[in-house]
Design a protein around this ligand. Structure first.
Ligand SMILES: [Zn+2]
Length: 396
């Protein structure tokens, strides 16, 4: 069978590359995914997916097979912005093939994963979809700024109840079993306005924030080392103040914090840590997690609270074991197993809903969101082989 998979993938090489190039050529920054969803809807129907639907938020979901073991394969279709066109060596919307790589925005994050996985389903259909297997393919939207909001919506609103989820984000062909979480905080202190010529009559909110900033800097330096994800991090990413005019004492000051989470850290734990800092108590500061009102390309409104839990999939779980066996079977060597540095839809599937989740994808995480974003063609083929072998193994 492994020879058969390799042959089929190899004979579909141009089709995989061409599909990725077409995906890159359709711009799909977050909030503008309508056209690419329409394109993929057609492709999925051609491959033979049934019940291909677009939900209210705009996620595309299709089913193939009708067995008791239900596997969902996810790929987000949205990309970050192109940035400055002149910084690109190749047209960011071109899908240029150069030195056995495909270049362009989304090549790596993560249209390559979508192309490889869709073609793997097509190949599996040629081999024969195992009776035991149901596959849902999800082309999700709005992942880049609010990862997991799409899957939270899907799990709350669709009929699909997968037993396992495979994410196709770039992993450099490593089996990814988790990621750090993240949370955003705001800390706000109040001052008292007075004329700029009479500052002693007021309370300057910026000065009041000063000890908090100093204590946060120390807090970061002393953060614990997580056994799985390494040293925790915290950094201030923005500072804003208000005053009635530029010749008045600042009457409020707010800072924004990016805090990355270890494997055991809950929202309550990290928010209380901040609330209990001496400087925060002394300043009677307000500490809160911001919430955002968002609209998808389908005009669906949803709210996002800026908390994205970390998740880790137990290595002994049958899902990881299936992935490991499939990789070994197909390539002869044991796979690398590790975790992502960035954040993915796993925050919803595993982090919030505890559905067994792993990831595997072509391309290197470090090229995502860069001006040299690309994916090696060899990765696309290997990922396609792995996905095919994995679906067969998972069905057992
Ligand atoms: Zn991504």
């Amino acid at each position: 069978m492994k020879g058969k998979i390799s042959k089929l993938v190899d004979s579909n090489k141009r089709e995989i590359v061409c599909l990725l190039q077409k995906l890159i050529q359709i711009p799909s920054t977050t909030g503008n995914e309508g056209e690419i969803i329409k394109f993929l809807e057609k492709e999925m129907k051609i491959i033979g997916f049934k019940e291909v639907t677009v939900d209210k938020m705009g996620n595309l979901i299709g089913r193939i097979g009708n067995g008791p073991r239900i596997l969902a394969i996810d790929g987000h279709v949205d990309t970050v912005e192109i940035g400055k066109q002149s910084y690109w060596k190749f047209d960011p919307l071109g899908g240029t093939e150069y030195n056995d790589n495909i270049y362009g925005r989304g090549a790596c994050d993560q249209k390559g994963g979508i192309a490889s996985a869709l073609m793997a389903v097509k190949i599996l259909k040629e081999i024969g979809i195992p009776d035991e297997l149901t596959i849902y393919f999800v082309a999700s939207v709005h992942e880049e700024p609010y990862e997991g909001a799409n899957w939270q919506f899907i799990l709350e609103n669709s009929e699909m109840h997968p037993h396992a989820v495979l994410l196709t984000e770039p992993s450099n062909l490593m089996i990814s079993i988790g990621q750090r979480g993240r949370v955003e905080f705001k800390i706000k202190v109040k001052g008292l306005s007075s004329h700029g010529a009479e500052p002693d009559a007021g309370i300057n909110a910026i000065y009041k924030m000063n000890p908090i900033i100093t204590e946060l800097e120390k807090f970061h330096e002393n953060m614990a080392i997580d056994p799985i994800f390494g040293k925790g991090t915290l950094t201030i990413t923005e500072i804003k103040s208000t005053s009635v005019s530029l010749n008045a004492v600042a009457d409020s000051c707010t800072i924004h914090i990016d805090r990355r989470l270890g494997s055991e850290e809950t929202l309550d734990k990290v928010i209380n840590e901040i609330k209990n800092l001496k400087s925060v108590i002394d300043a009677e500061a307000d500490v809160f997690v911001p919430e955002y009102a968002v609209k998808s390309y389908k005009n669906h409104s949803f709210e996002v609270i800026s908390f994205y839990p970390s998740w880790i999939q137990d290595k002994s779980h049958e899902l990881v074991q299936s992935a490991k066996s499939a990789f070994e079977y197909q390539f002869g060597d044991p796979p690398q197993i590790g975790t992502w540095r960035f954040s993915t839809n796993g925050v919803a599937t595993k982090g919030r809903n505890n559905i067994p989740t792993i990831g595997f994808g072509p391309g290197e995480e470090r090229f995502a969101h860069t001006y040299e974003e690309h994916v090696p063609i060899e990765h696309l083929l290997k990922a396609c082989e792995f996905y095919t072998a994995f679906m067969l193994e998972y069905a057992k």
